[in-house]
Design a protein around this ligand. Structure first.
Ligand code: PMV
Length: 321
């Protein structure tokens, strides 16, 4: 068996995080400027399954891992999904530039790329839908009750409009959209923030549901504006979405500060992205002011900041199941 490599992009949620968990729509885009690459090498002399993570600097032997470990959980899920008895000896090398626990899709990129790499190494040519289903099951380990948004945008590598339990829709973007992503440096686990929102929902169902519903209708308006290339309108909707996420209690002052800086410097709009309580903001910016916005975000407390772009795509290219 030859070595097999698969590289998955990062992702950002443009609209609809948290609301998507409750069945409302959300929009997410792949971020090609950050990625996770997984290569599977054969181990002809046996030695079981070795996992080498060059980001966390771990080298682990599968046989020494407990069952409740992300690697053994992922490999067992893949093995069961492919309906095979055991996996052959192999070395799994992981290289990633996606920051961990910061809302940019590190865990979903892992779930998708390990599914694709292991299946490819074993000679399976799975559809994207099948890969996505396996990745979704792996995501349950990290997130408990994931909506499926993260693994779907990363598996399809296209901007998507997503609703739980419905087929994802690819967005047809006609004019490129420039993005800046800036990191507060504060780490928060999505699982914990999702649980916090769930508690609020149980304690104040009407108030929480009203916010989630409003976020869902912003995603619907944003879909139209994104496809029409109305960047100013997209920016305004992002700010509305951010304010609803504040009301939901998932923003923190550091995120709000970065959003305000981006807007003051001329971004069309900005919002926190992902689970919140830390992590990153995303801003849509006119191309001419990218450098200035980045400079000010870094000066204003962002620990890192990078550009990305939603590329203009050929509408005919997409055919989802
Ligand atoms: O923090 P991230 O990038 O994993 O995004 C989480 C998005 C949520 O809507 C909060 C949870 C989910 O499963 O969709």
């Amino acid at each position: 068996m030859p070595a097999f490599t698969y590289t998955a992009p990062g992702k950002s949620i443009l609209f609809g995080e948290h609301a998507v968990v409750y069945g409302f729509p959300a929009i997410a885009v792949p971020l090609s400027t950050i990625s996770m690459k997984i290569t599977i090498y054969p181990q002809p002399l046996g030695k079981g399954i070795i996992i080498e993570n060059l980001k966390t600097l771990e080298t682990l032997y599968l046989e020494n891992l407990e069952n409740q470990n992300q690697y053994s959980y992922a490999l067992t899920t893949i093995k069961n999904s492919l309906n095979i008895d055991h996996l052959p000896a192999m070395k799994i090398r992981i290289i990633s530039s996606i920051p961990i626990a910061s809302g940019l899709g590190s865990s979903a990129a892992f779930s998708v790329s390990i599914s694709r790499a292991v299946a490819g190494f074993l000679g399976y040519n799975l559809t994207l839908q099948r890969i996505n289903d396996i990745a979704f099951n792996i995501e349950k380990f990290q997130h408990g009750n994931p909506s499926g948004l993260d693994n779907t945008v990363i598996a399809y590598e296209k901007p998507i409009y997503f609703k739980r339990d419905a087929a994802p829709k690819i967005l047809h973007i006609k004019t490129p959209i420039n993005l800046i992503i800036a990191d507060t440096g504060i780490r928060a686990l999505t699982k914990d923030v999702v649980s916090m929102v769930k508690k609020d929902y149980e304690n104040h169902p009407n108030k929480t549901m009203e916010i989630l519903q409003k976020i869902g209708s912003i995603s619907n308006s944003a879909k139209v504006k994104l496809e029409a290339g109305k960047h100013q309108d997209i920016g305004e909707l992002m700010l509305e979405n951010h304010s609803l996420l504040q009301q939901l209690g998932v923003s923190i002052p550091q995120l709000d500060k970065l959003v305000n800086i981006a807007v003051k410097e001329g971004a069309f709009g900005a919002k926190l992205c992902g689970g919140g309580k830390g992590g990153n903001i995303i801003a849509v910016v006119p191309p001419g002011i990218k450098k200035q916005v980045k400079h000010s975000l870094l000066k204003g407390g962002a620990v890192s900041c990078f550009y990305s772009k939603i590329e203009k795509e050929n509408a005919n290219e997409y055919n989802l199941p």
